[in-house]
Design a protein around this ligand. Structure first.
Ligand SMILES: C[S@@+](CC[C@H](N)C(=O)[O-])C[C@H]1O[C@@H](n2cnc3c(N)ncnc32)[C@H](O)[C@@H]1O
Length: 410
């Protein structure tokens, strides 16, 4: 579509822009209109100042409305970044838990209950209310909505999310990401520091602790019976060992082994497995698991798309699983095409996790597969499983908003 635009030649010209934007606030955020110098060489010889129409594509110059709305979108992410830090502080200082226990309170009341500084609490409380995470009629009294307990306080609730707010990255991590754009080699999980491993663990822990044994395993053919009788389980890329601990507690006759490449994750797993005599974990690579036909159940939870060599890891799973055994893969709920994935309203967050975690890890050695967070949809996993010698493939949707589970057998 083309638009006629009248301009004075030979002078700095303010490109006319519609002024119909109702949200004045959006305009305030936008930069001033662009001044364009018109190219005098385009004038015919002998012409002075005069008027002539110039034809330009509609899309060449954004309107004030477009700039304002785009700026609003961008600043929304800044608001998200800052709010994320404040959610982390609320989680770390136990403020959400305290609010859940007290009902409506004010800054002096919370300060007295927590032994913290009143002025700092007031600013934090107002920030959380401004973000609609607390209710406040007057900016003085604050209430945690009932639904917030599941999301911000109860670590065993499947909707628990506060653990994902880790308070940022360790020093130098973002520099490593920038460097990865030049070298192609990304930082591995350990580069995210101990808080990275802890955040990853807390993000998935509720599912491992409260859904794996009662809701997910019973969907798999013959697995629970074997585990009750005494079997061998391997958790590949076990992270903080929460799934291992749940299995070892529920099935005392079963031996649970775990392996992970991250020393921070293995340190967490050792702590989480303390006191369990039927669970052990070790530092190591999935693709270097050497046991043959040893395991009745092998887990790969949220990890194959993070690996530099997922096909080799799957080949190791195939070697390690017994002929009548089961491989249970948990992978990100994603699809083969951009158009399908675009329907996910949190897709930008998934890609954010990818650049800072999954794809970074999956490129952490030369020639890494670089699948990334949404890079291993069901059809591709099935293809890789078939190539490794598996023949049976079933998808289980257990209403986990971020993941699907795959039961894969020889
Ligand atoms: C997103 S975390 C998931 C951890 C755990 N399975 C869970 O569900 O919480 C991915 C894990 O994969 C591990 N990992 C990545 N590549 C690996 C490899 N080649 N061998 C073993 N572990 C690997 C990372 O260290 C990290 O702990």
């Amino acid at each position: 579509m083309l638009e006629l635009e009248e301009q004075v030649l030979g002078a700095d010209v303010v490109v006319p822009q519609p002024q119909s934007l109702p949200e004045r606030e959006l305009q305030r955020l936008a930069p001033p209109p662009r001044r364009r110098r018109i190219d005098n060489s385009r004038l015919s010889p002998g012409t002075g100042r005069w008027w002539m129409p110039i034809v330009r594509p509609m899309s060449a110059a954004p309107t004030q409305d477009e700039i304002g709305l785009y700026a609003f979108r961008v600043w929304g992410y800044k608001q998200g970044e800052l709010t994320a830090t404040l959610i982390h502080l609320g989680d770390r200082l136990g403020l959400f838990r305290a609010l859940a226990g007290t009902g409506t309170t004010d800054a002096p009341g919370l300060a007295a209950a927590m032994g913290l500084h009143e002025r700092w609490l007031l600013e934090w409380l107002r920030a959380m209310a401004a973000a609609d995470l607390l209710e406040s009629p007057d900016g003085k009294r604050f209430t945690l909505p009932a639904a917030a307990e599941a999301v911000l306080v109860d670590e065993d609730h499947l909707a628990f999310a506060a653990g994902a707010f880790t308070g940022g990255h360790p020093e130098g991590f973002v520099d490593q990401l920038a460097e990865a754009f030049r070298t192609g080699i990304g930082p591995d999980y350990d580069a995210q520091g101990p808080q990275g491993a802890h955040g990853t663990e807390r993000t998935s822990a509720a599912w491992a602790r409260t859904a794996l044994v009662p809701s997910i395993l019973p969907r798999l053919e013959g697995v629970v019976v074997k585990l009750e009788a005494g079997a061998r389980v391997l958790d590949v890329a076990c992270g903080g060992g929460v799934a291992m601990a749940a299995l070892a507690r529920a099935f005392p006759a079963t031996q649970v082994d775990g392996v992970d490449l991250s020393r921070h994750a293995i340190e967490r797993a050792e702590r989480n497995l303390e006191g369990l005599t039927n669970a052990t974990c070790r530092l190591g690579r999935a693709e270097e698991v050497t046991e043959a036909a040893a395991y009745d159940l092998i887990l790969t939870f949220d990890c194959l798309h993070d690996m530099t060599r997922p096909a080799e890891a799957i080949a190791a799973v195939r070697r390690a699983v017994r002929e009548d055994g089961t491989w249970l893969a948990k992978e990100i709920r994603c699809w083969p095409t951009w158009q399908e994935n675009r329907k996910n309203p949190m897709l930008a967050m998934f890609y954010g996790f990818s650049v800072t975690g999954c794809m970074a890890s999956a490129t952490s050695e030369p020639g890494g597969a670089a699948l990334g967070t949404v890079g291993l949809p069901g059809p591709l996993l099935q293809e890789l499983a078939q190539a490794a010698g598996f023949t049976r493939f079933a998808t289980h949707d257990v209403d986990d908003p971020a993941n699907l589970y795959y039961e894969i057998r020889v």
